[in-house]
Design a binder for this molecule. Structure first.
Ligand code: SF4
Ligand code: SF4
Length: 343
């Protein structure tokens, strides 16, 4: 990874909070593509966005989540999610947001999914467990053997706080220690994974090397242990894309992604086995396409939904909507919501 000084400089550059940046949209620059066509294989994972309500308001948030957002998946849509889980024998339910735990239906969905033996992943920002009303959240997650995948963009306080706000680092450390106390990261059935993404227009460092750095820093300083570190490449979309455009870095970053293309990563891209669901129950080939408002082509419709999916018996062989941002998934060691590809 970059030196602390270089990384801090990059953080400062990319932490520029300029409201008009949000207006700079990279979508028109990404649609025409020479990325190889992709087809779906068997469906294994539903990645479900439970809404945009969050206890934090991070500078880099792709969905502009925050405490005042009101978009939340309803019980009716959650029942459709469960119907898809049953019909397609879904192996993994990957819950995201906002802070998915703040959706009042979160515990119902987790309870029902765990009854069915589905692996449930909670993409947790850690600090949500300190919110009023969430005092028993960690125990609830442990009881249902929920896999916690938590974003900790750096093991250094300064960088975390510039991205996530003052106090976020010490709160995150406190919560990681509590998770360890209850057995997360220590017991085989309580998996605790951390996510790293670079703060600037660079590829992530080698996942294994960075894991060793996190192990050392978090272990020696705070006694924290965890299972896996997932390094994720920043996509040239949403707020990150807008910052690239504003700083004149978009073309250079796209060149970096293209020139780092590795054909070996194509077969492992996550959209081949995953469907992304937004809070209203609309479907996308991946979370990034959801952010780009590029729907999954399931039927001859502009937007497809869980109800449309329930009318299908199989999605294998369906085409995936690719764009130039897909080079972000195949660059270097590859990238997915589960980190580097092939690991
Ligand atoms: S914690 Fe996650 S969802 Fe919430 S504002 Fe930050 S990046 Fe967005
Ligand atoms: S950006 Fe989405 S559609 Fe493109 S390769 Fe990655 S996961 Fe697949």
């Amino acid at each position: 990874m970059e030196s602390v000084a270089v990384q801090s400089a990059i953080v400062a550059l990319f932490a520029t909070s300029v409201p008009e940046l949000i207006m700079l949209d990279t979508r028109p620059l990404l649609i025409a593509t020479d990325f190889p066509p992709l087809e779906r294989s068997a469906l294994d994972t539903l990645q479900v966005n439970l809404g945009y309500l969050c206890n934090m308001s991070c500078v880099h948030c792709h969905v502009n989540a925050g405490p005042t957002r009101t978009e939340l998946m309803t019980r009716d849509v959650i029942e459709q999610v469960l119907a898809v889980v049953d019909k397609f024998d879904i192996g993994t339910l990957d819950l995201t947001g906002g802070a998915p735990e703040m959706n009042p239906e979160f515990r119902y969905l987790v309870t029902e999914a765990s009854k069915r033996g589905v692996n449930v992943i909670d993409r947790c920002n850690l600090t949500v467990t300190l919110e009023p009303g969430q005092e028993d959240l960690i125990e609830f997650l442990a009881r249902h053997r929920v896999i916690i995948t938590a974003s900790l963009p750096c093991y250094l306080e300064e960088n975390v706080e510039q991205q996530r706000g003052k106090g976020a680092y010490s709160d995150s450390i406190k919560v990681l220690q509590r998770l360890n106390d209850i057995g997360y990261g220590r017991l085989p059935e309580l998996q605790l994974n951390l996510v790293y993404n670079p703060v600037g227009p660079v590829l992530p460092p080698a996942q294994e090397m960075l894991k060793a750095d996190y192990d050392r820093e978090l272990g020696e300083r705070f006694g924290i242990v965890f299972n896996q570190l997932f390094t994720i490449t920043n996509m040239p979309i949403s707020r990150f894309g807008a910052v690239l455009l504003a700083k004149g870095n978009f073309d250079d970053y796209m060149d970096l992604l293209r020139t780092s293309y590795s054909a070996d990563n194509v077969s492992g891209v996550m959209c081949r086995t995953l469907i992304s669901v937004d809070w209203q129950g609309n479907l996308y080939d991946c979370d990034f396409n959801q952010m780009l408002a590029t729907p999954m082509q399931l039927a001859d419709k502009p937007l497809t939904s869980l109800r449309d999916l329930l009318e299908q018996n199989n999605v294998e062989g369906l085409p995936i909507a690719v764009g130039d941002h897909c080079y972000g998934c195949t660059a270097g060691q590859g990238s997915s919501c589960g980190g580097a590809l092939g690991d």
